[in-house]
Design a protein around this ligand. Sequence first.
Ligand code: UD2
Length: 370
Amino acid sequence: MNQWKKRGTVIFVVFLLLLLASIWFHAVLKNSHRPFNFFRFHAAFQSARTSFLFSEKTAGDDASNEKADCHNSLNKDMLPFPYLPRMIYEKPQAMQQRRPDVNVLTPWLAPIIWEGTYNYEILNEEFKQGNYSIGLVTFAIKKYTRFLKEFLTTAELYFMLGHCVHYYIFTDRPQDIPNITLKENRFIHAINAVPHKRWQDILFERMRNIQILTEEKFSKEVDYLVSTDIDMKFNDYVGVEVLGNLAVTIHLGYYGSERSDFPYERRQVSEAYIPKDEGDFYYSAAFYSGTVKDMYLLAKACAEGIDKDKQKGIEAVWHEESHFNKYLLYHKPSKVLSPEYTWDNNYGTPSFLKKKCFIAVPKNHNEIRN
Ligand code: UD2
C-alpha cells in the first residue's frame, strides 16, 4: 500500500513538472520574435500563468467578451508589460508641476496633453514593443480633395514617424489622390464615398462610414485609428502621445469659455442634447483617436443618434460634432488633447501654446462647399 502511495506521489510530481514546463514553453514561444531578455521573459511567464489560472473566469465574462469579439485587432494576444531599456531623462518631482500655467488633469484622471508634460522617448519605447499600427482616417469629398497634397506631404514629415501607418481616404475622386512618395511601412487606401449634395450630409455621414469601415476593414489592418479633418496640415510632430483608448481635442475656440457658452446642442428633442449644467469641455471633431474598438463604439453611437434625429426631422447644431460631444459627456475619454492638436493661426499664438502640431489651412466655406 505504502508503495502505491509513493508511486502516486511520484506521478503527481512528474505531472506538475510537465505542466510548469508547458507554461514555460508557451511563454518562450510568445517571446521568440524578440531578443531574449530575462525581465520581459519573466513578465510573459507571469502573464501566461495568470491567463492559465484565470481562464475559466474570463470565459464566463459575457459582457466584456461581446465587446472584445467585435474586431480582430482586439483579440491580439495579451502582450507582456513593456520593459524599458536604461534611459536618461528629466526625472519627475512629486511637488513640482511641469506646466503650472495650464490644467493637465481631468477630474476622472485623464491627462491633458500639453507640450512639456511628457517624455516622448518613454512613451514611444513602450509603444514600439507592442508593434502596433495606426490608421489615419480622413474625408476628402468633392472640392475638399484640393487639401490632400499638403495634408499627406506634411503627415509624412510629422505624423507617427517610425510606425506603420495606413492612410484611409474616403473620397468620390480617387484620381485626385496625389502620387507622393511614402516612407517605409506607410500605405494609402482610397475608400469610395458618396458625394452628398448637402455638405451637412457629408459631415453627418462621417460617423456611419467610420463605423462600417472599422468593422469591415480597419479592424483587420490596424490597432489604433486617428480621425481628422482634411483642410488641415501637420506643422509639428504628432506621435504616440495622442494614442489611448479614446483621446479627444479641446476645441480651440472654447478652451477658456464659460461652460454655459459651449455650443452644445441645447434642444431637448435632439439625441445630442446636453443640459446647461453639464459638459466637461467642448471637443472638436477635427482630430480624435482611439483603439479600433473605442472608435467603433463612438462612431456607432453617434451614427445612431444622427439617424434618430433624422427620423424626427432635426439636425444637431454642429452636426456630427454635437453627437460626438454628447457621447463624450457620458463616456469619458482616457486622454484629452490640448488645442495644440487643432489650431488655427487666426487665433494668434497665446503664451501657453508651446507647439502647433496640426493647423487649419485657410478656406472659403461658401466657395468650397458649393
Ligand atoms: C468644424 C469641425 C469639423 C466638423 C464640423 C461640423 C473644426 C476645426 N472642425 O469644421 O470637425 O465637426 O465643424 O460642422 O472645428 N468634408 C468634405 N467635403 C465636403 C464637406 C466636408 O470632404 O464637401 C469633410 C472634410 O474632411 C472636412 C470635414 O468634412 O475637413 C469638416 O468639414 P468642414 O471643414 O467644412 O467643417 P468646419 O470647418 O465647419
